[in-house]
Design a protein around this ligand. Structure first.
Ligand code: MTE
Ligand code: MO
Length: 507
């Protein structure tokens, strides 16, 4: 007879343990970057249902940024810890790709080998039986050994719930958090009730996972361990207590080694963050190519979000330029933008044109209602209006042959530089597929009014399939470039340079 715990089962189970560790720990890093949870989709200060910070949020818009709200977690707990949302997200991305693959392998093998009959109940009897087991556990007892065949009814129900309900829920809510999916299938996000509902559900499912893992590991050591451990850990037949000491050691050692590995990943990432970024981006890029990159935004084509969805409150990241940062921006502002000009073009185009706000307003107006997704987790729904980016670039004539990207520069400075050098101008680089996306635009209006100062006046970028960090505010200049390697630190944007985020704003 085939062993009850064949090698493939034990291997994928161990791998699953490592991957869940990566997912949970990097998930904490992501949560720590905005340690609050809401049901309201504008994430309005004071309406949180749960928060992990004592900091009080100002009710006023545009005086506080989400970056200021980020909390630093110990590398012992979070992956990688110490306010590294960019790297945390990359780890989450790698973790989820491997976890889904491993999960598929496990489920396929479960059905291929017939072992599914052990964890999926096939009779209603399982409910009264599970109830009996539960009563015994609640009284701090342990069901007798005959109940475990190899699992008892309560175990079967729990495993079925975790594998076929909880894990899929995690995946479905996780998918709804990718801005590419949100902008391509806006109805999918709407189905759940919006960005904060999805984020809160993801958190609650994660909490269920954490409780499950603690009980699962605890019970393995408490419920007939001399009978079960050799069976599970060594794959030998049931009831061979002579293997108990060996099995116990293997179980304990695996847990210690996995925990050490998980914590090691944090310190490895922190030791050389640019290297960790390069590595993680490279290994996750194939997954993004396969699933996310080809999705253009459909926000303007499907009117899924309506005036009713427009947020009462809009969070901010990045505050308007100050007198020392950009005296010229302040001067233009005080002058109602009368002399402000957008610079279009540069070296590669061999020319530059200058557009006033009126010039831009005279061009075809593009308008839609969309959800803004900041990578830190807040969302806001607004009606944006402006000019498609490609329309503006077309004024320069045909795209120069070797132009592969568009560089967007701001009047404002980066909020922080990762190595604490003086703050440099904020910029982002957009690849061709996003430049030619219908919904990529330079917006000058929000909710039918000229842009507010803190939201990017007089002009800001909107790239709906990307996270907020690509959407440069207070735009000063746009130009075609060959490659982003020569700009800034060469990673394709201020946030990529300073926060180790991905050039690909879809994750
Ligand atoms: N110039 C500039 N643009 C910026 C930023 C910034 O710090 N400076 N922050 C980005 C980030 S991370 C986000 S989420 C959005 C926030 O847009 P909002 O302030 O309009 O909500 O702006 C993006 N554009
Ligand atoms: Mo952001």
């Amino acid at each position: 007879m085939e062993a009850d715990f064949p090698f493939w089962l034990r291997a994928s189970h161990l791998f699953n343990f490592v991957l869940l560790g990566i997912l949970i720990r990097s998930g904490w890093e992501i949560l720590a970057s905005l340690p609050r949870l809401w049901w309201r989709n504008d994430a309005k200060p004071g309406t949180e249902w749960l928060r992990f910070t004592r900091r009080k949020l100002p009710r006023e818009e545009g005086v506080y940024t989400s970056l200021m709200d980020e909390r630093s977690m110990s590398p012992l707990l979070a992956l990688p810890g110490r306010e590294n949302i960019g790297l945390g997200r990359h780890w989450h991305g790698l973790g989820v790709m491997l976890w889904v693959l491993n999960g598929l392998f496990y489920v396929i093998m479960l059905f291929a080998t017939g072992l599914w009959t052990r964890i999926i109940p096939t009779s209603w009897e399982v409910f009264p039986q599970a109830w009996e087991s539960l009563k015994i556990y609640v009284g701090f007892g342990v069901p007798s050994i005959e109940h475990f065949q190899p699992y008892d009814a309560l175990q079967m129900l729990t495993y079925t719930g975790v594998v076929f309900v909880l894990a899929p829920l995690m995946i479905l809510t996780g998918l709804a958090m990718a801005p590419a999916i949100r902008s391509r299938f806006p109805w999918y996000l709407k189905l759940f009730g919006g960005g904060q509902v999805v984020r809160s559900l993801h958190f609650i499912c994660h909490a269920a996972f954490v409780v499950f893992i603690i009980m699962h590991v605890g019970l393995v050591f408490l419920v007939h361990p001399e009978y079960n451990l050799p069976h599970m850990m060594l794959g030998v037949e049931a009831n061979q207590p002579e293997y108990y000491a060996q099995a116990f050691t293997v179980a304990l050692l695996s847990i210690v080694v996995v925990l050490a590995l998980l914590i090691g990943l944090s310190y490895w990432s922190l030791a050389n963050r640019p290297l960790a970024q390069r590595f993680l981006v490279a290994v996750t890029e194939p997954g993004r190519k396969l699933f996310l990159n080809w999705m253009p935004s459909r926000m303007s084509k499907q009117n899924v979000f309506t005036e009713k969805d427009i947020s009462e409150y809009h969070w901010t990241n990045g505050l308007p330029p100050t007198e020392d940062e950009s005296p010229e921006w302040l001067e233009h502002r005080d002058n109602q933008w009368a002399d402000w000009r957008l610079e279009v073009g540069g070296e590669l185009s061999g020319k530059a044109i200058h557009l006033s706000l009126q010039d831009l307003q005279a061009m075809p107006k593009h308008e839609y209602i969309a959800i803004h997704s900041c990578m830190q987790g807040w969302t806001a729904t607004s009606k944006w209006a402006g000019v498609q980016l490609r329309e503006v670039l077309d004024l320069l004539g045909p795209r120069p042959e070797d132009a592969k990207y568009v560089l967007i520069e701001s009047h404002g400075l980066a909020q922080v530089m990762y190595d604490n050098r003086p703050r440099e101008p904020f910029y982002a680089v957009i690849p061709l597929r996003d430049v030619y996306d219908d919904d990529t635009m330079l917006a000058y209006e929000r909710n039918d009014r000229l842009l507010e100062e803190h939201l990017g006046a007089p002009l800001r970028l909107r790239v709906e399939s990307n996270h907020g960090y690509k959407m440069v505010k207070w735009v000063r200049k746009i130009e075609w470039i060959r490659d982003y390697a020569e700009v800034g630190d060469g990673r394709g944007g201020t946030r990529e340079d300073s926060a180790m985020q991905a050039f690909n704003g879809r994750i």
